[in-house]
Design a protein around this ligand. Structure first.
Ligand code: NAP
Length: 317
């Protein structure tokens, strides 16, 4: 594939930035990749594993001469970075970000972007529960959605160029407005993360089940349901602080649904429970049909489950 940007500056060198670097190198999409992270350790790692050709102690130095700048820091750090880099951005450059919330990032970053620089907010719907420069891999974005929320007055040619980079890394690109993005993400990502964190908290509080039992029997559902509760605490703190209204809306709806099911259990209403689970199973299967998850048993782990403590107990129940 052809080089799309001559110099890409990655600000923040964690999971998303390092995956972008691997993917751009794999497909030959960037001439040079430079970077900045706040810690010396992350900058040194980025050089050691080769995700950056050069690293800089400040974001201001890193963006100089770059035709693409990607903000890959937690949402709460975006404004300070935008204000720092603004005077150093090259005329005609594109600035994008990968933040999980879009309206708050637009409010924080757009006022700092100088005339003649294109700001195109974005969000890859791809990730893992791991963080840091060593956690990235080249195929993270393959067949995953990358949502762009261009500014109303945005430059279409600049958006098309960015789109070709993202598609070059294997992503499928969709455009939408920022408030809609934040509502959709509250449903598909933010609220599920909050519920996973909560479920781990419940298990922690439940003194009848010792911690060792939670871990030992976790394949019953707890393990898969709470995988995302290992995600970075700073990133998720910022998501809930900046997508407050949409997550509170979805959380309210979730609580109402939970009460409906709680009542059905209390009243012994089997048909209602069965109808509900049949409907939701069909929706979950639709995710596999859309290519957004594996159909393999046990998520393709390929390892035999540990022996059940009680052979009469179905470990998947
Ligand atoms: P990560 O692995 O935790 O890495 C974050 C990086 O940002 C680190 O290199 C960190 O530097 C750097 N950083 C933090 N604050 C900074 C500051 N004030 N100045 C300079 N650098 C700073 O995070 P990530 O998972 O890649 O997430 C980055 C962004 O992507 C977030 O906005 C997140 O919402 C979004 N996102 C994440 C996922 C996901 O699943 N993880 C998916 C989609 C989008 P140090 O290494 O020196 O601490």
């Amino acid at each position: 594939m052809a080089v799309i940007y001559n110099r890409v500056a990655l600000i923040g060198l964690g999971l998303i930035a390092s995956s972008m670097a691997h993917a751009m190198r794999w497909k030959g999409l960037a001439g040079e990749i430079v970077g900045h992270a706040q810690s010396e350790a992350s900058r040194a790692t980025a050089l050691e594993i080769g995700i950056c050709d050069r690293v800089f102690a400040t974001a201001a130095e890193a963006v100089q001469g770059a035709d693409l700048v990607v903000l890959c820091v937690p949402v709460g750090a975006m404004e300070a970075i935008a204000s720092e880099i603004a005077p150093h951005l090259a005329p005609g450059a594109t600035v994008t970000d990968v933040g999980s919330v879009k309206q708050a990032v637009i409010d924080a970053v757009a006022p700092h972007i100088p005339a003649g620089v294109h700001f195109i907010p974005g969000h890859p719907l791809a990730g893992t529960e791991h963080s840091g420069p060593r956690s990235g891999f080249a195929t993270l974005f393959v067949n995953r959605w990358w949502l762009l929320t261009p500014m109303p007055e945005g430059d279409e040619a600049a958006t098309a160029r960015l789109r070709s980079l993202l598609e070059g890394m294997g992503a499928n690109v969709d455009l939408m407005d920022a408030p809609h993005h934040d509502l959709v993400l509250a449903v598909v990502s933010h609220t599920p993360h909050l519920i996973a964190y909560t479920m781990v908290g419940v298990a922690d509080h439940l003194r009848r089940v010792s911690q060792s039992e939670v871990i030992k029997y976790s394949a019953s559902g707890f393990r898969d349901f709470t995988r995302i509760a290992a995600s970075d605490p700073v990133m998720w703190r910022d998501v809930f602080l900046t997508n407050r209204e949409a997550t509170l809306d979805i959380l309210g709806r979730f609580t109402e649904e939970l009460f409906v099911l709680q009542r059905a259990i209390r009243m012994g209403d089997g048909p209602q429970l069965q109808e509900y689970f049949t409907r939701t199973r069909a929706i979950r299967r639709g995710i596999i049909e859309a290519g957004q998850d594996t159909a393999a048993a046990d998520f393709g782990r390929g390892t035999p489950p540990p022996p059940a403590a009680d052979a009469s107990v179905d470990p998947k129940a």
